[in-house]
Ligand binder design. Structure first.
Ligand code: SF4
Length: 213
């Protein structure tokens, strides 16, 4: 059984899939407590569901793009067979993880979108840097940036680990804390031509606090 917080069909707001209709499976629980967290409701709330019954729910949306998210989806062991099963059934599967837990058990057909937690998240020490050995080319690394310090830290890491040579690197703002214009100007000033600026598109389409979108 998996503890599910919510399943919903919406527009993918982030990553290289931004703009695509997508079914989201939000799993309950998170081992982190980021200062800017916008899904605290996923820490505990949820209902039990079997993989079979989840597949039935997903099928109803008639959409072949599925994202497994949280909370922290990798906290529940059964997420690994769930993702395998979704791939077997022909879905394109994305998983969004906070980056503190090992990703080596994730099926190789799944696209991993992994955070590297910045200083202002308060969770920087939890980054499981060994994960960089397990990501595949084309996986995505996301920096959620809330200050200039976060920006310079992220930039340094991208350079030090040559991240943009292997992965898609996403630079995102902490919504309501850092102006998108500021981050855009820093990127352009420093000619970071290999990072992708992104906004959480769903927060502009719907009210920012709205759940299930
Ligand atoms: S990892 Fe995600 S869900 Fe967990 S506290 Fe941080 S922002 Fe919230």
């Amino acid at each position: 059984m998996l503890k599910i917080n919510e399943i919903f069909y919406s527009i993918q707001g982030e990553s290289s899939y931004a703009g695509m209709p997508c079914v989201f499976i939000r799993l309950t629980y998170c081992n982190l407590r980021c200062t800017y967290c916008d899904t605290e409701y996923a820490f505990y709330e949820g209902y039990d569901s079997s993989i079979e019954s989840l597949l039935e729910d997903i099928k109803k949306h008639d959409c072949k793009l599925v994202e497994v998210t949280g909370g922290e989806p990798l906290m529940q062991e059964e997420v690994f067979p769930l993702m395998e099963r979704l791939c077997d059934e022909g879905y394109t599967v994305l998983v969004e993880t906070g980056g503190s837990l090992p990703v080596n058990k994730v099926d190789k057909r799944v696209k991993i979108i992994m955070d590297l937690k910045t200083p202002s998240s308060g969770m920087m020490k939890k980054n499981h840097m060994e994960n960089l050995n397990y990501l595949k080319p084309g996986d995505e690394i996301k920096f959620v940036i809330g200050s200039y310090e976060d920006y310079t830290w992220s930039k340094k890491l991208v350079e030090e680990y040559c991240l943009s040579e292997k992965y898609i690197v996403l630079f995102s703002v902490v919504f309501g804390k850092l102006e998108p214009l500021e981050l855009s100007e820093w990127i352009l000033k420093d000619k970071l031509n290999n990072v992708r600026f992104q906004l959480q598109m769903h927060k502009f389409i719907w009210e920012p606090e709205r759940r299930g979108v």
